[in-house]
Design a protein around this ligand. Sequence first.
Ligand code: TGC
Ligand code: FAD
Length: 394
Amino acid sequence: MSETDFEKPDPHDFLGIDSLLSDEEALLRDTVRSYVENEINPHVAEWWDEGRIPHQDLAAAFGELGMLGMHLEGYGCAGTSATQYGLACLELEAGDSGIRSFVSVQGSLVMFPIWKFGSEEQKQSWLPRMAKGEVIGCFGLTEADSGSDPSSMRTSARKDGADWLINGSKMWITNGSIADVAIVWARTDQGVRGFIVPTDTPGFSAPEIKMKASLRASVTSELILDDVRVPEELVLPGVASMRGPLSCLNEARFGIAFGAMGAARSCYETALSYSKEREQFGTPIGAFQLTQRKLVEMMVAVQRGTLLAIHLGRRKDEGDLSPEQVSFGKFDNVRNALEVARTARSVLGANGITLEYPVFRHMANLETVYTYEGTHEIHTLVMGQAITGHQAFN
Ligand code: TGC
Ligand code: FAD
């Protein structure tokens, strides 16, 4: 084959990454992509502007599509591969990080701990309804004074007869005010335990956090637990240490490594299309060398990050993905996505600061993604410890 026989690379898939996906993976990716294009993209800027999401409609639709707890086996869950779950996160986050959050909290942070650490009765009782979107969950780990260091949590639970009494508060909890059930992590005399707390339990309240400038198409709340009484049947029996909540984070961080590349892809594609139409000095801005450099940097970052995510997906599917490798994915893909979003914003000039285009919304959202699920600095230190053997958190 001579050089002239090669086809020109596709600007939307420069390295031909699609060829790495099986037919099944591509089909799932296409299904989620078309759902996002038809049902999310036309409305999400308005939801973001108004600081709300139609959570019941979304839960039902995602349930129907089999996307809630999709990588879990049994109990009404779809049982897809990890790579398929990641690809779904990527497509959802191409719509909005808040929409990906909605799905990843439900699947990775609420259903996963019940699936992994719950009793058979708990699994039978909660997972099928959560998979259908009939029950929405939230995950309460962070507290006002315990963010990066959740093991310093103050929320506590103590035995009172046959029940447990939980007291304390959680902060920055996605879906808190709209949840039917909260997984609350609390210190006990047996170690850190996970409690399945129905949100209509007396003493439980979840005021919404307002005035957010990021992740606005997502509900974020405080959880207040004032003598909340739960029976022993609602304690997760399978874990009594920080390993419980931290294991859930591995699942959600994995989804973010993919998801961030969805937001980045949306920014790159918006900037590419804009640069072909917008003219200044009588020339499309995409014809200027400085703009081409920006477009190429963005394209390379998106392709590289997508390859990384798929590599992590393959390792996870083989059962060989360590938490430190998940940190690599979250660390590198989120920082690169944020850089892509900022660059795309500059390509759009003044239009880049409006919600008419998705770029500023993604850029603002990615500031949250940089911080939640372990800040960029925490993932730096996780990998730092892995390569030096020295723990540098304190
Ligand atoms: P350490 O003393 O090292 O370990 C305590 C126990 O946990 C185990 N462990 C893990 N297990 C599974 N996966 C991991 N990644 C694990 N890391 C540690 C460890 O083996 C030990 O088990 P055991 O059985 O011996 O007791 O832990 P540490 O308390 O010193 O923590 C280390 C550190 C700083 C890495 C950890 O605290 C951390 O990751 N901090 C960041 C906190 C964070 O990411 N919070 C996220 C909150 S949830 C959220 O943001 C949701 S956003 C949702 C959305 O909208 O998408
Ligand atoms: P801090 O821990 O106070 O960190 C502040 C700064 O100090 C950061 O730059 C951090 O990297 C740095 N820092 C801290 N420790 C070190 C160190 N040892 N070395 C170097 N630098 C350090 N939590 C949940 O439990 N459930 C949820 O559903 C959830 N959803 C969220 C949704 C949103 C929109 C947001 C913004 C947050 C959410 N979180 C949730 C909380 C999130 O996980 C925390 O914000 C995050 O873990 C960081 O904690 P912090 O905000 O208290 O920051």
